[in-house]
Design a protein around this ligand. Structure first.
Ligand SMILES: Cc1cc2nc3c(=O)[nH]c(=O)nc-3n(C[C@H](O)[C@H](O)[C@H](O)COP(=O)(O)OP(=O)(O)OC[C@H]3O[C@@H](n4cnc5c(N)ncnc54)[C@H](O)[C@@H]3O)c2cc1C
Length: 412
């Protein structure tokens, strides 16, 4: 076969694998090599989605899809237009991975196992002739003189040097700015990385005692931050977690980092306005005057949580509903919709977590995923300053950016 290009993909994660496969699908005459610094492929994908791999999300229309990206929204407009959720679903289904949509819109393989997705990517890459070099940590990407066939030399600290016409950076995110030196030394701007998608630590034993309690539609508001976020919330051994907290951590990732993860958070345990709550509580009291306040309860609020709310409101649980003072009533309302907690740190536990920051999108052409200042150099996935909230959005960005650059490389 007459090889017309030699592409080196740095990183055997979701975006690197998908880029390599799509390049070979669209341009079978190219030689494609994946270089991976560890001895394993697709390590993150395998543990993703609690071992089930949340491949993407069922969203109608790109405008809705874009709402789930705290960083990269504008940039992704063009990218998703070219490769969106339906393209991802079609590709996996056509290649034999049956997918299912869960009630909340998350899409998983029917097998409920990330292994199904990993094995497809590995099998497909092998079948198409993608070469895999494990234990090959790339240390420098060096541009070659302009008139030669190869535009890049890739140096590793383990397996010598490789020459390439095109290079795809698919190294994922890193916690420290210094870990991007290989990229920034090429004159590419890096947005300082900070973590995104984490749970809040709250040092309050009485809250920890509620661990396991959850509500379906809480509202989380960081004091001083303009927005609040809704969704399920869970009490953990160390604080609060669940989609509403993860969403808050994603949108406020940089803001919270500047505050060293110390801030007051207000939790509304129900999705009601203050007026609606007052009305509901009043009606409930009126029709249950003889009931102990502890037994009065509230729709959507588990009993253990209700007692916690009463204790925070300094209202004796044995009090009869009819005897509730105005002060106590107001305190209960306050603690149902604005219960304050002091956040003193963050935890990433089992859940999806990602890096906010990375290659600045001003350096990248959204039509091709090429680095504007460097011919034949591309970037995909989490190494870019793109990240989504939890729910399959980070993988969707990885599949889409990889698909776009594969098209561009194949067309050259
Ligand atoms: C626990 C967990 C669960 C998650 N669950 C989900 C989910 O269900 N849905 C979702 O959408 N997202 C999920 N995510 C996020 C998602 O996994 C990532 O956004 C996605 O894996 C990014 O893919 P990537 O290929 O860009 O990077 P990665 O998957 O991080 O792959 C990068 C690869 O590059 C290699 N590498 C790095 N530097 C070098 C170098 N110098 N030389 C050679 N190789 C190098 C790394 O070893 C790694 O193998 C989860 C994340 C975590 C941590």
């Amino acid at each position: 076969m007459n090889i017309n290009k030699r592409v080196i993909v740095i990183g055997a994660g979701a975006s690197g694998y998908f880029a390599a496969i799509r390049i070979k699908e669209l341009c079978p005459t190219s030689e494609v090599v994946i270089m991976e610094k560890t001895g394993k492929t697709l390590a993150k994908l395998r543990i993703s989605g609690g071992g089930r791999c949340n491949v993407t999300h069922d969203v109608t229309g790109n405008a809705k899809l874009l709402e789930h990206y705290p960083r990269g929204r504008n940039f992704l407009k063009k990218v998703f237009y070219r490769w969106g959720v339906s393209d991802t679903r079609d590709w996996f289904e056509k290649n034999g991975v049956e997918l299912k949509v869960e009630e909340d819109g998350r899409i998983f393989p029917v097998s409920d196992s990330s292994e199904t997705v990993a094995q497809l990517l590995e099998w497909k890459a092998k079948k198409l002739g993608v070469e895999l070099m494990l234990n090959s940590s790339v240390v420098t990407i060096v541009p070659m003189p302009k008139d030669g066939f190869y535009r890049w030399q890739i140096n590793t600290n383990t397996s010598g040097n490789e020459m390439a016409t095109d290079v795809v950076m698919a190294m994922g995110g890193f916690p420290k700015l210094s870990q991007y030196n290989m990229i920034s030394s090429l004159g590419i701007e890096i947005v300082t990385p900070v973590p995104s998608l984490f749970t809040f630590n709250i040092n309050e034993t009485t809250l920890h005692d509620l661990h396991g309690v959850s509500v379906v539609d809480a509202k989380v508001k960081l004091v001083g931050y303009p927005e609040s976020y809704n969704g399920p919330l869970m009490v953990t051994h160390w604080g609060i977690s669940g989609p509403s907290v993860l969403k808050t951590s994603a949108w406020a990732a940089r803001w919270l980092n500047e505050k060293a993860y110390l801030n007051t958070v207000l939790v509304s345990w129900v999705n009601l306005s203050e007026e609606e709550l007052r009305q509901q509580l009043n009606e409930n009291i009126r029709s249950n005057t003889k009931k102990m306040i502890s037994n009065l309860g509230m729709d959507g609020v588990p009993k253990r949580l209700w007692d916690f709310i009463l204790s925070r409101a300094q209202t004796p649980v044995s009090k009869q509903s009819a005897d509730l003072s105005k002060y106590e009533f107001n305190k209960i309302v306050e603690n149902v919709i604005r219960m304050p907690f002091e956040v003193d740190g963050k935890t990433t536990f089992k859940e999806e977590f990602v890096t906010a920051g990375g290659i600045s999108l001003t350096s990248v052409d959204s039509n091709t995923m090429a680095i504007k200042s460097q011919q034949g150099l591309y970037a995909t996935g989490e190494v870019l300053d793109i990240d989504g909230v939890t729910g399959g959005f980070n993988f969707q960005a990885a599949w889409s950016t990889a698909a776009i650059l594969a098209e561009a490389i194949a067309k050259q």
